[in-house]
Design a protein around this ligand. Structure first.
Ligand SMILES: Cc1cc2nc3c(=O)[nH]c(=O)nc-3n(C[C@H](O)[C@H](O)[C@H](O)COP(=O)(O)O)c2cc1C
Length: 333
């Protein structure tokens, strides 16, 4: 007690915040909550049961560190009840040597969503050759619930060895959907998508859209950094194009309100989600059932150790409980 009182005197002067540092997205209502109201109950998402509204966005496989990172991520998903998207599984299509990097169903267990991942350019090539059953085999090999298709023309265009898209991704997807029973999620990789793409996508019978919005990891920029020995500065403006998660939620909410025909009814909100407050605000704002996803946030800890990752997630869950009990997001729903 004495120590604490001493800390208060010593630290009070270091704890000052300025008025403009307030998070004005929320009303804080200390009179109206309780710890009990902050509990998150299990809920159905993607046909499975999750315990917290958090998703591990697609990252890695095939790199030397990938086994350690993916196993840490899957172990954390199992412990906290989160879903997981695998990184691009393209490498597995030709060679099963890297299977252990992706083979995490045993760790995450059967009750939580786990999705494989492939790029639209690979899908386009497979559809052309009538080989889409290779993706069905991939999903059964990994005992995944379905597959995430990442649609990333901005990354491919700026990557020196990038793939060329001959067809519109929406047409490739429609073709695939007409032939397969696989569950499909569609995402970008950090630039997000605009209203026309979102509207077309939401009319398709896909399980979910992952926003993979602008404001966090930016793969267009990353590809330019990889080419740093060349003078690519004239391409730099392209890395600023995209849509933030909040702008995408506003667009999606508008589509939900005005269009009874939509078939895609779940969202993973990701891209630039830096804190649980960003996540809580956006999932609260979404008119569709939503969880929030992070890639780099988890990577930072999963690459260090499982304990570091566990601590990071525990802190997020604590923040989510506080938010649910005492914070009221300010927007018109
Ligand atoms: C190291 C790393 C690797 C990634 N690899 C993939 C991938 O293989 N497939 C994919 O769909 N997205 C991939 N992404 C993109 C993320 O899934 C996510 O859309 C994007 O990073 C934005 O999230 P963030 O701002 O939380 O990092 C990767 C991201 C990171 C950080």
């Amino acid at each position: 007690m004495e120590d604490r009182k001493g800390d208060h005197i010593r630290l009070a002067l270091n704890s000052q915040l300025k008025k403009d540092e307030i998070d004005s997205r929320f009303d804080y209502e200390p009179m109206l909550g309780s710890e009990t109201e902050g509990q998150w109950n299990e809920f159905d998402f993607l046909g499975k049961r999750m315990k917290v509204p958090m998703w591990v966005s697609s990252m890695t496989g095939g790199a030397p560190e990938a086994l350690h990172i993916n196993q840490n991520l899957a172990k954390a998903c199992k412990k906290f009840g989160m879903g997981m998207g695998l990184g691009s599984c393209r490498i597995l299509l030709d060679n099963k040597r890297h299977l252990p990097d992706f083979n995490v169903r045993e760790i995450i267990g059967d009750d939580l969503p786990l999705y494989a991942n492939i790029g639209i350019a690979q899908l386009e090539k497979m559809m052309k050759k009538g080989e889409y059953d290779r993706l069905e085999n991939l999903v059964s090999l990994l005992r995944a619930d379905g597959i995430i298709i990442h649609v990333n023309p901005s990354q491919e265009s700026l990557q020196e060895e990038g793939d060329f898209l001959h067809f519109r991704p929406i047409d490739t997807l429609k073709d695939f959907l007409s032939k397969t029973e696989l569950k499909i999620i569609v995402k970008e990789v950090g630039q997000g998508m605009g209203p026309r793409s979102l509207k077309e996508l939401m009319l398709l019978p896909i399980e979910a859209i992952e926003t993979a919005s602008f404001g966090g990891t930016n793969f267009a920029r990353l590809e330019l950094i990889r080419r740093s020995t060349e003078n690519v500065s004239h391409l730099e403006p392209l890395t600023h194009v995209g849509h933030t998660a909040e702008a995408m939620i506003d667009i999606i909410n508008g589509i939900v309100e005005s269009n009874a025909e939509i078939k895609c009814k779940q969202l993973i909100i990701s891209g630039g989600i830096r804190t649980h407050l960003d996540g809580y605000y956006l999932i609260s704002k979404s008119k569709l059932p939503a969880v929030y996803g992070q890639a780099s946030g988890f990577l930072r800890h999963a690459s260090v150790s499982y304990l570091s990752l566990e601590k990071y997630i525990e802190e997020q869950i604590l923040g989510l409980r506080f938010s649910k009990a005492w914070l009221y997001p300010k927007f018109d729903k």
